[in-house]
Write a protein that binds this ligand. Structure first.
Ligand SMILES: C[S@@+](CC[C@H](N)C(=O)[O-])C[C@H]1O[C@@H](n2cnc3c(N)ncnc32)[C@H](O)[C@@H]1O
Length: 168
């Protein structure tokens, strides 16, 4: 589902993409296998990034732990940012959305997919906090809503929710 969205929204395979929370690079490999050639990896874990490096699918590696502080990435550096599985209990803070917007060029896409259960089970996102931050940024015209989709897994713990936005 998330790959389908990438292919739909980003037809140019040389688009500069940041794979955020890339971990060992599973999703990056999927992107590369589908023809994307200009991908950088970002993750807070140097151990995971060493594994990701071995896949030979990334150009650059950024090892940085996300807090509420500004990231080291320059403004408007990427055409698209994809985060697959970066939102979970004790993972990325919701303040990261503003940083993603800053790092992606106007008109570029941000695709964020994660297990839907974290919307209620992760205290930093629960009680509507994550959705409220998404909507605040929509209302402030920082990004434009494109898609929200869910997988239809029978096991509710496995359902993945995906948001796609375009930077304004
Ligand atoms: C489930 S994995 C992501 C899977 C990955 N996208 C893939 O395709 O294999 C979650 C990753 O988020 C990273 N992460 C979680 N919180 C983070 C933070 N605050 N700053 C940086 N990285 C973080 C972890 O290091 C971990 O590698």
């Amino acid at each position: 589902m998330t790959l389908r969205t990438v292919i739909d929204l980003i037809p140019n395979k040389s688009t500069r993409i940041l794979d955020f929370a890339a971990s060992t690079g599973l999703f990056g490999k999927l992107l590369h296998d589908n023809g994307y050639t200009n991908i950088d990896a970002f993750d807070g874990s140097s151990v995971c990034m060493e594994q990701a490096r071995k896949r030979n699918v990334y150009k650059n590696f950024i090892v940085e732990f996300v807090s509420d502080a500004r990231l080291s990435i320059d403004d408007d550096s990427y055409d698209a940012l994809i985060c697959y599985g970066g939102m979970a209990k004790n993972h990325l803070p919701i303040s990261v959305f503003s940083e993603w917007i800053r790092c992606v060029k106007p008109g570029g896409y941000i695709i964020n997919a994660f297990r839907m259960k974290w919307l209620k089970d992760a205290p930093t996102y629960s009680k509507g906090k994550l959705e409220a931050e998404i909507e605040r940024l929509e209302k402030e015209k920082k990004w434009k809503f494109i898609r929200r989709e869910m997988t239809n897994d029978e096991d509710p713990d496995k359902v993945v929710i995906k948001f796609a936005h375009q930077v304004c």
